[in-house]
Ligand binder design. Structure first.
Ligand code: SF4
Length: 146
């Protein structure tokens, strides 16, 4: 492991630069069912993460560790991260530890309530859009089920 100037460890990329950004896939379930989805978590669910997500306490611990390792930006992804009940706590902790915070979402759960709860601690929202055509979205599975 190579020492990071602002943390005990970090990774480097192929150009010998420190990797400062990390994705944390916090929540496997999603309320869409895209036919091309890669985030099935099948490998990890069959081995150590049977529910597809860490319990709240362990997820908070992961955020702390990633901050200690020197990551400067954290993107919470899924599945659909906004379905994770403790996502606001993870975002708040990451922000309070000095990281830039981001979620990667299908956008279906960006309610006024969600934005009100998270707006002070959430820096970026990345929304995945695959088509502006309703017909195409239906064909590829980009529709919500509850
Ligand atoms: S919205 Fe994203 S995570 Fe959800 S099924 Fe589609 S590709 Fe997978």
């Amino acid at each position: 492991m190579i020492k990071h100037p602002q943390g005990p460890f970090n990774l480097i990329n192929m150009n010998n630069q420190f990797i400062t950004s990390v994705n944390f896939h916090v929540w496997e379930p999603c309320n869409m069912h895209c036919k091309f989805c890669f985030a099935t978590f099948q490998d990890i669910k069959q081995t150590i993460l049977h529910k597809g997500n860490l319990p709240r306490e362990q997820a908070l611990e992961v955020v702390k560790m990633l901050s200690q390792y020197g990551f400067e930006k954290i993107s919470f992804a899924g599945g659909e991260p906004t379905l994770c009940p403790w996502l606001p706590e993870l975002i708040e902790l990451a922000k309070d530890l000095g990281m830039t915070t981001m979620i990667i979402t299908n956008g279906s759960n960006l309610t006024d309530r969600f934005l009100k709860i998270n707006h002070e601690k959430l820096d970026w929202i990345g929304i995945s859009i695959d088509s502006l055509s309703c017909e195409s979205n239906l064909k590829i599975g980009r529709w919500i089920f509850r």
